[in-house]
Design a binder for this molecule. Structure first.
Ligand code: GTP
Ligand code: MG
Length: 459
């Protein structure tokens, strides 16, 4: 796009922002929490699934005022969210989930509706709302807390984390490697060798259930930064980090560059301008992985939530420093449990977030919590057991086996460690339901999601 084109585009965006005809939605969540599935479903519901039977709690659709959503053009240099490819994965036989995300991408939507009341309802044939959504690998989100630490603090933080029960054994070989390291060698080759070993450790952590906090995220998923010198980065042991040595100096330099040239621009570009936010949390996988996992999930959420600005926005703020005015806390993959467990799942999510939210200013925003499935992969029903109707699910396991089962109860509060020692939670992952692309994507509460996120803007 030419300079003139870009200025015109930005001008249009500022005007519609000022008129509140433009929303930037942030979908926030750790890797695997369901961001990509959520965006795919949300966009599909808004563009194809807008019949009232499919979205009964989305007022604008229910009141037959919704005229449809269309994918809108965007700056050509911005990678586009692979909506069509994702829908193709779901249409395969057997269907598969879209793959984990390896770079950032964006999708712009133009929503058309008839205003329900007021001057616009009489004067205009239709109104429009522009919606902007960004997707990115969850690993990169976890870099945000690094902005609040210096290199030495990061080393302390990392090694404290690596001493936890579910990580200590895996971290031992790298710890030994560092104990024997030549801290006066800051040469390119040596730093790269040690970084390679740390990268292996991070990859192992990445495969460890419940090990969420893996930094720096770009070492796992480098995106366009593959090979950049600042990615030669790993935490020295705390006692090594505080010494004035060639190795510590080099790593401090890389850490500072990484914060300045990678994390800050990423944050400014995608997160500092959000108007609304959906925070997806996969509570069920954390329960499966045990007590240490739930604790680390809580810690990760706490660190992330501190990075966002919440509160109502004045006109000037909206233009230059937008703040998040609505936050939806969503327990994802609610289709992994029977419907009567959704209430407990929502309560669990709220309790899990209680501590993390204490230190954020989110109270200034309008919030809601709910259990959702962006793309429902199970059907729920009842079976007769001893003459009593018991809730059950049916779905397809990862090995394509058909399942008919009761996945278990969801605790309504975060269970103490003793419960995990007695009981193993097994909320099974499921393959998507067969889908031919002609009908709306099956979901749980995406209509509630849309009403909360967009309802007030489509009145
Ligand atoms: N049953 C069910 N599974 C889901 C749903 N959403 C996501 N999943 C599962 O969770 C996995 C991860 O979902 P993604 O949408 O790729 O997660 P993500 O947050 O984009 O992950 P990254 O791209 O790695 O950051 C999927 O491959 C599915 O197995 C859902 O609504 N229902
Ligand atoms: Mg993704």
């Amino acid at each position: 796009m030419s300079l003139f084109g870009r200025v015109k585009h930005q001008g249009r965006e500022l005007t519609s922002r000022a008129l509140e005809r433009h929303l930037r939605l942030g979908v926030t969540g750790l890797s695997g929490s369901g961001k990509t599935a959520f965006i795919t479903s949300l966009v599909h519901q808004l563009t194809q699934g807008d019949n009232s039977g499919n979205l009964p709690f989305f007022d604008v659709v229910q009141q037959q005022r919704y005229l449809g959503g269309q994918l809108a053009g965007q700056v050509l240099a911005v990678p586009r969210f692979p909506l069509e490819q994702n829908l193709q994965y779901l249409q395969q036989e057997p269907p598969v989930w879209p793959p984990s995300t390896t770079g950032w991408s964006q999708l712009n939507l133009q929503l058309r509706y008839k205003a329900g009341s007021g001057v616009r309802a009489h004067l205009q044939s239709h109104s429009e709302l522009a919606l902007e959504i960004v997707d990115y690998p969850g690993e990169w989100l976890l870099d945000l807390p690094m902005l609040t630490m210096n290199y030495t603090q990061w080393c302390e933080f990392s090694w404290q984390l690596f001493s936890k029960a579910h990580r200590a054994e895996t971290a031992q070989p790298f710890k030994q490697l560092l104990q024997g390291a030549d801290i006066n060698d800051g040469s390119e080759l040596y730093v790269q060798q040690l970084t390679d070993s740390y990268k292996q450790l991070l990859a192992q952590f990445h495969q460890t259930a419940g090990a969420y906090l893996n930094q720096p995220g770009r070492l796992l998923i480098p995106g366009e930064l593959a090979g950049a010198p600042m990615l030669q980065l790993f935490p020295l042991l705390p006692e090594q980090a505080s010494q004035n040595t060639a190795l510590a100096a080099k790593l401090t330099q890389h850490y500072n560059s990484y914060c300045k040239h990678v994390i800050k621009p990423f944050y400014q570009r995608y997160f500092s301008t959000l108007d609304r936010q959906v925070i997806l949390v996969d509570c069920l996988s954390a329960l499966n992985a045990g007590h240490a996992a739930v604790t680390e999930l809580q810690q990760a959420l706490q660190l992330i939530l501190q990075s966002f600005h919440y509160g109502p926005s004045s006109l000037l703020r909206r233009l230059f420093k937008p703040r998040i005015s609505r936050v939806l806390f969503a327990a994802s993959k609610a289709d992994h449990v029977t419907p009567e467990q959704h209430k407990s799942l929502t309560l669990l999510l709220q309790q899990l977030l209680q501590q993390p939210l204490k230190n954020s200013q989110y109270q200034a925003a309008t919030t809601e919590a709910m259990a959702i499935a962006a793309i429902r992969a199970s059907a729920s029903g009842f079976v007769q057991v001893d003459g009593l109707a018991q809730p059950c699910l049916s779905g397809t396991a990862a090995d394509q086996k058909k399942l008919n089962y009761f996945p278990g109860e969801v605790p309504a509060t975060v269970p103490p460690q003793a419960v995990f020692e007695r009981h193993k939670f097994t909320f099974l992952p499921l393959q998507p339901l067969p889908w031919h692309g002609t009908s709306a994507l099956p979901h749980i509460r995406m209509d509630h999601v849309l009403q909360f996120i967009l309802g007030d803007k489509l009145r």
